[in-house]
Design a protein around this ligand. Structure first.
Ligand code: SF4
Length: 325
């Protein structure tokens, strides 16, 4: 590359950076306004909406970006923790979105949740749990009957094999109990770190980070990690937060991924953490269009659980065959 072309490229890049910074600052201000509007429309002044009325560091951040200074690790950690706190205000009721009443049910539901939605699993498991309430019952199931019951979750033959194998292992090696240690859980057929962490965090109160598709996508958008491998993502994020935050962090991030920061069209223009997000603008920034992308319980959408926790502000999900919005 010649010096002249380098200069021209640098100038073009500067212009782009300035445009980006200005666009982001304006867009973020508008995003906050939209959150306020959404709250008005739903008749509830959410903490996020209240925050939107306060002065934000968006302008300051945009200026820092325009200088092209890379973010230090410490600054990223502070920003990450702030995102965690703000998500706590947006989703104070964040929770695991699989219905379960004991560790065994959660283990079964988590195995079934591969490659499908929690909603579809929750619509399927009532009949599974009624037919096979214990590991002994499930280990003795007729494979074809089990396959038929879990068919709506997809990949039902492989999932049936895992469920039969893990139930037999629970019966034979763990006295019919789900073990409360990661190293034991991952020895069960069809159980990897993600499933083990879900069970540990939500059935046993042992801190765990759940790197599912939403979690991986969002933490990469937030530059908490650049890795794709779930185990490496887990390690990078674990280094940012104290263990006591891991399980709750997983819920808040997954909630945000399902409701606002979608895979294909994130609703940036209606996102309450836009001022803290380096990927602002990856999705829809027009506030009105972004507001229409929200899949939010406070907008009247049913959640994933047929039996949500008592503090859940939305509607329970409908049973299989019921109407889904
Ligand atoms: S990418 Fe957009 S929707 Fe996702 S967190 Fe950032 S600003 Fe919010």
């Amino acid at each position: 590359m010649t010096e002249g072309s380098e200069q021209a490229e640098a100038t073009a890049a500067d212009k782009k950076a300035t445009a980006r910074a200005t666009g982001k600052a304006t867009g973020r201000a508008t995003a906050k306004a939209t959150v306020k509007e959404t709250a008005k429309a739903t008749g509830k002044a959410t903490p996020a909406a209240k925050k939107a009325t306060k002065a934000t560091p968006a302008g300051k951040k945009a200026t820092a970006k325009a200088t092209g200074k890379p973010e230090s690790h410490l600054a990223m950690v502070r920003r990450a923790r702030k995102i965690y706190r703000e998500l706590g205000e947006v989703y104070p009721y964040a929770h695991p979105e699989l219905d379960f009443r004991n560790p065994f049910e959660l283990l079964v539901a988590t195995v079934l949740s591969a490659q499908t939605t929690d909603l579809r699993v929750n619509q399927t498991t009532p009949r599974v749990f009624a037919a096979y309430p214990t590991p002994e019952d499930l280990a003795a199931a007729v494979p074809e009957e089990l396959e038929e019951l879990i068919r709506p979750t997809g990949f039902f033959r492989a999932k049936a094999r895992s469920l039969l194998g893990l139930s037999a292992a629970l019966r034979d090696r763990f006295d019919g109990e789900v073990p409360g240690r990661l190293e034991d859980l991952v020895t069960l057929p069809g159980v990897g770190r993600k499933t083990a962490n879900v069970v540990l965090g939500n059935a046993y109160g042992v801190p765990g980070i759940t790197v599912d598709t939403h979690f991986g996508r969002l933490v990469r958008r937030w530059r908490w990690t650049e890795k794709d491998d779930p185990e490496k993502v887990e390690a990078d994020v674990a280094a940012i937060f104290p263990a006591s935050d891991w399980t709750e962090l997983s819920h808040r991030v997954i909630f945000h991924g399902r409701r606002i920061c979608h895979a294909r069209r994130p609703a940036c223009g209606a996102c309450p953490i836009a001022p803290l997000c380096p990927s602002y603008g990856e999705g829809e920034t027009d506030p009105d269009k972004a507001a229409k992308l929200l899949k939010y319980e406070k907008g009247g959408f049913p959640g994933q659980r047929l039996s949500p926790p008592p503090d859940y502000p939305g509607l329970p999900a409908p049973p299989l065959g019921g109407s889904e919005r």
